[in-house]
Design a protein around this ligand. Sequence first.
Ligand code: GDP
Ligand code: IMO
Ligand code: MG
Length: 433
Amino acid sequence: MKYNTIAVIGLSWGDEGKGKITDFLAQKADTVVRYQGGNNAGHTVVCNGVKYKFKLVPSGAPLEKEIIIGNGCVIDPKVLLSELEDLLKLNKKINLKISSTAHVIFPFHRILDELEEKSKKDYAAGTTKRGIGPTYSDKAARWGLRIFDLIHPEILKQKLNKFSEIKKDIIKNFDSNWTMNIDEIYEEYNDYGKKLKPYIIDTAYYLNQEIDKGKKVIFEGAQGTLLGLDHGMYPFGTSSNSNALGISAGTGVPPKKIGPIVGIIKAYTSRVGGGPLVTELDNEISEKIRTQGKEFGTVTGRPRRIGWLDLFNIKYTIMINGVKDIVITLLDALEDIDSLKICFGYEIEGKVLESWPIQSELLEKCSPIYKTYKGWKRLSREEWSEVAKKGYNALPEEMKTYIEVIRDELKVNIAIISIGPSREDTIVLKDFF
Ligand code: GDP
Ligand code: IMO
Ligand code: MG
């Protein structure tokens, strides 16, 4: 069956390879839409020998597709403009639309992000310090400035003067020496508004019309479901609904117009930031996986925490997202490990749990229930690419067993297998468009 719209959603802690898979699927799509998060995301796309690291720009950009930043996103205009400049340097045509109601990240949000994290101590999520949480806080508390305000200098000045006075006082509670020059911020952001003006529209109205006309649209999730504000691990996650439930609120496209939710998992677990991680490994195997999977944060460069694949939490995120089709990435990064573990459940003090316990205080007490599987041998980059060309049957037998165990436990369809970072290192088992 062919669809008009699909969503690419991370089922774990982010960095599942959403950028790679969105780019791959975008080959047959018209439009790619980001609907939540901001430049806390780092989505890597590798094609024709070029590596793109997108923070805000949707991953349809290398293919010069239409790209939309929806109202649910928070936008740091400086970061966005520098990403657009990078694309222009590569002679890429930019076909961008930005929602007039997306919220704007200001310097005081970034500062508050750092100061709040410091004060939280054990409860700190290890944020990316990009101002994401404070900007969403302001949105919810109705202190926020939106993209619309940037292109209306009078409104920008008025709101900045009013709100920044209050922010100043709040920041001074953390750091009494802190000062802020509002006139400078106004000048800077007024200039960003002028530069972004040509892209700003009511994206909800536009997208609904285009979908009704039959345009093929991908909703590109950022972060992962386990980092989500309402259904992820609180307080160690992010500040938006980084799951399929966030799409409608973050774009204005109603749920009935949103096609299949394609869930992305990697062949093991990775995590940047704080909080319990039940299948975490800290030994020579995790070192090896980190090296083979190049597991260092795209945004902050931090080494990512590594663990065995956890099907127990993925079962939960499949439920939350309503996923029937999954993509498994980074299978090649598990090469040359004799035996691989998969977690099927948790126990607390000898009691086996029925479903993933979302509370972090409970997760701290959980131990994983594992089964062990045989690993596969090392291949060169070229050999993996050859395997991808030949298709599913050419995969190592042990890898096929691993994939089939995942499929049977999660009761899902395997749509795509990824065995390398490039667009070509991809095996398609189901076509969506
Ligand atoms: P995202 O945030 O979900 O888009 O993922 P990131 O781009 O932050 O992290 C995924 C990393 O894995 C990137 O460096 C990708 O280039 C890389 N990657 C994606 N799929 C594969 C794969 O199948 N194999 C390998 N070796 N790398 C992959
Ligand atoms: P992509 O889209 C992995 C994590 C941070 C921190 C928590 C809150 O590339 O998958 P924030 O800055 O959002 O307030 O930080 O969420 N985090 C991510 N981890 N991938 C991401 O994005 C992430 N975005 C935020 O490390 O624990
Ligand atoms: Mg990432």
